[in-house]
Design a protein. Structure first.
Length: 157
């Protein structure tokens, strides 16, 4: 029996639920507030996105366009982290989004930079920032001085 190959049309069709879930996630992130409960809408949107991504990744991981799709999703998640951290000061949600971006793409410099900044400036936890700063410096050696700086900071108690 001949193995079925995925065409560009099947990939695009398979990506549609991801795009819709991502839109819902972005909407949930942008409408969430640190001051009032969203009734679990943000967590539900994240779970739906992760579930749809897992199904998509299982089916299309070997597709030529998969890496680009994964990169796009990781970048969007990093931008959501930026929104939570820089625009709203919601450190917990920022870290959640940066971690999601890094789970998709471990070398996502935007997510690495964002999570380092959140741990240093938001939660004041240099020990938590250090592994991400080290990884960022491995990818961008010009950032090695950041690692040395973080190592000199007192640990959170």
């Amino acid at each position: 029996m001949k193995a079925k190959t995925d065409t560009a049309g099947e990939f695009t069709q398979g990506y549609e639920p991801i795009a819709k879930a991502l839109q819902r996630l972005v909407h949930a992130c942008l409408t969430s507030s640190a001051y009032k409960s969203d009734g679990g809408a943000l967590d539900a949107a994240r779970k739906a996105m992760d579930k749809r991504w897992a199904v998509f990744a299982k089916r299309f991981a070997s597709h030529a366009d998969f890496a680009a799709a994964r990169h796009h999703i990781a970048q969007v998640r990093a931008r959501l982290g930026d929104d939570f951290f820089y625009d709203r000061g919601n450190y917990r949600e920022a870290i959640t989004e940066y971690a999601a971006a890094l789970a998709l793409e471990a070398d996502c410099l935007d997510a690495l930079s964002g999570i380092v900044a959140t741990y240093l400036q938001g939660t004041l936890d240099p020990a938590a920032a250090l592994p991400y700063a080290i990884r960022r410096a491995e990818l961008d050696p010009a950032r090695q001085r950041d690692v040395e700086y973080i190592r000199q900071l007192p640990s959170k108690r």
